[in-house]
Design a protein around this ligand. Structure first.
Ligand code: HEM
Length: 467
């Protein structure tokens, strides 16, 4: 039977008149709800129910888009019908009206003003910051020691974002930021629950830590803003750019065309959170995958040796570090730090012959689409050769979207690639990564606000000879 929403290349459950999907109560009774993590649940839906899946969980209606064409339609074409999702809306109470949480038209204005801070030349200048901090970190490693690379990558990404955002590399300051960010991250799981604004006020130690984390970050950021306003010389960091940014399209070039302190604070906090854990998780997964695939690791080490010799990598090396780029791309495919992109329908609208009701949650799951065997044969295999220019051109748009798409596509994407590629090349040039005893099974994942490895990622590190 064909229905209005079926088109030849798009797969629906045979015979369905409406998108079909899993029923909540049987899943609850069987205990699946507790056994399966959310990323695996969405992947199982895609395999079982096809390219458009509908399900309801405790009264919340969800529509899941699993085909590249549908993903593009949801994220790009139909974006004007959507709002930010519930988690982002609730996060406003801590992130304010930054790029991640704000709605149009404020979002476009802020995006225009923040864009120069992420321009190619600006990112190129951060290349040396990335390799400097990577070398500094790995020079502390002991030959043959076991290192929790996830903890290391979190600290590395924080140091890099601390330097590129605030031009700070004062160890004490970085330590303070790390502690405050960690406490603050405790808020994010609350955003999935009702009334997070009330919960965070509860007199519990966990809530106090979150409040203290927020207060600490606010104090730090406002102090830096005050110092910079007093001495507005360009320090080459994102904060200088945000403070100097002028909205060229504003009706007047009066003060309203610049960001207020509160807006600069919101954007700084947003970039700090959006740019730190995502990149650290991607690097941790990449290193763990390399440890399990020695032949690929050797190819990467050989490339790093050929391109870098004994010097530090710079942004100019990026285009020659092809293997590093392919490894990072493949890690982002298998373990996308943003594992699902969600929106809320702001109005009721027609979509391929069905009616999407206002309030429906729309999800495009990177984790499931990146593992669809139609675009990714043998999807669980780690194979960086999927990212040669020819292979990339042969795949449909929307089959790979670790950085999202459309008007909310990641503004830090260029910086993330630079960080991933230069850090991987720098590490592989000097260190060999080995799995611990017991081999390397699939990597246990913990999908929360981002997709992170479950627990520590301990690997043995061996120093490579400098030739
Ligand atoms: C591997 C690393 C990263 C991944 C996988 C990633 C992924 C994403 C994705 C998928 C979105 C879109 C979310 C949506 O559509 O709802 C996004 C947005 C965003 N990202 Fe990233 N990101 C990464 C690194 C960074 C970095 C390094 C920065 C900044 C330094 C950054 C800043 C942002 C901001 C500000 C937004 C909001 C953009 C907007 O709505 O206009 N991200 N990121």
């Amino acid at each position: 039977m064909t229905t209005a929403f079926v088109s030849p290349d798009i797969r629906f459950k045979p015979g369905a008149r409406q998108p079909d999907g899993p029923a909540f109560w049987p899943r609850l009774l069987r205990g699946d709800v507790f056994r399966q993590n959310a990323a695996d649940f969405l992947e199982a839906n895609a395999r079982q129910f096809g390219d458009l899946v509908h399900f309801e969980t405790l009264g919340i209606r969800v529509l899941q888009f699993n085909h590249p064409t549908l993903v593009q339609e949801m994220l790009v074409r139909d974006a004007p019908h959507h709002h930010r999702n519930m988690v982002m809306q609730r996060s406003k109470m801590v992130l304010g009206e930054g790029l991640l949480t704000s709605e149009e038209p404020l979002h476009m204005r802020q995006r225009r003003m923040a864009a120069p801070a992420f321009h190619r030349q600006r990112i190129a200048a951060y290349g040396e910051v990335i390799t400097h901090f990577t070398r500094q970190m790995t020079s502390q490693w002991q030959d043959g020691a076991t290192v929790d690379v996830h903890a290391e990558m979190l600290l590395l990404a924080l140091r890099i974002v601390g330097k590129t955002l605030f031009d700070t590399n004062v160890e004490q300051e970085v330590g303070k930021i790390a502690a405050a960010v960690e406490a603050f991250m405790g808020f994010m799981p609350l955003a999935f629950l009702p009334f997070p604004d009330l919960m965070v006020k509860l007199p519990l130690p966990a809530m106090r830590r979150i409040r203290d984390g927020r207060a600490g970050l606010d104090e730090l950021i406002y102090r830096m803003i005050r110092e910079r306003r007093a001495d507005p010389a360009d320090r080459g960091d994102l904060l200088s750019m945000l403070l100097a940014a002028v909205d060229e399209e504003a009706p007047t070039k009066a003060p309203a065309a610049k960001m207020t302190d509160q807006q600069v604070r919101d954007e700084c906090l947003t970039v700090l959170l959006a740019g730190h854990e995502t990149t650290a998780n991607a690097l941790s997964f990449a290193l763990r995958l390399l440890a399990g695939h020695p032949e690929i690791q050797e190819q990467l080490a050989a490339e790093s040796y050929d391109v870098l010799g004994d010097r530090l990598a710079t942004a100019e090396d990026y285009t020659r570090l092809n293997m590093a780029e392919k490894v990072f791309a493949e890690a982002l495919r298998l373990y996308p730090p943003v594992w699902v992109t969600a929106r809320t329908a702001a109005e009721t609208y027609e979509y391929r012959g069905i009616s999407i009701a206002r309030g429906t949650i729309l999800v495009a799951p990177q984790y499931a689409v990146h593992r669809d065997p139609r675009w990714w044969p043998n999807p669980d295999r780690f194979d960086p050769e999927r990212f040669t220019a020819a292979a990339k051109a042969a795949r449909p748009r929307g089959a790979y979207f670790p950085f999202g798409a459309g008007n909310r596509q990641c503004i830090g994407e260029g910086l993330a690639w630079m960080e991933g590629v230069l850090a991987l090349a720098t590490i592989a040039r000097h260190w060999q990564l080995l799995p611990l005893q017991g081999g390397m099974g699939p990597i246990p994942i913990a999908p929360s606000i981002s997709l992170r490895p479950q627990g520590a990622v301990p690997l043995q590190v061996r120093r490579r000879a400098l030739h």
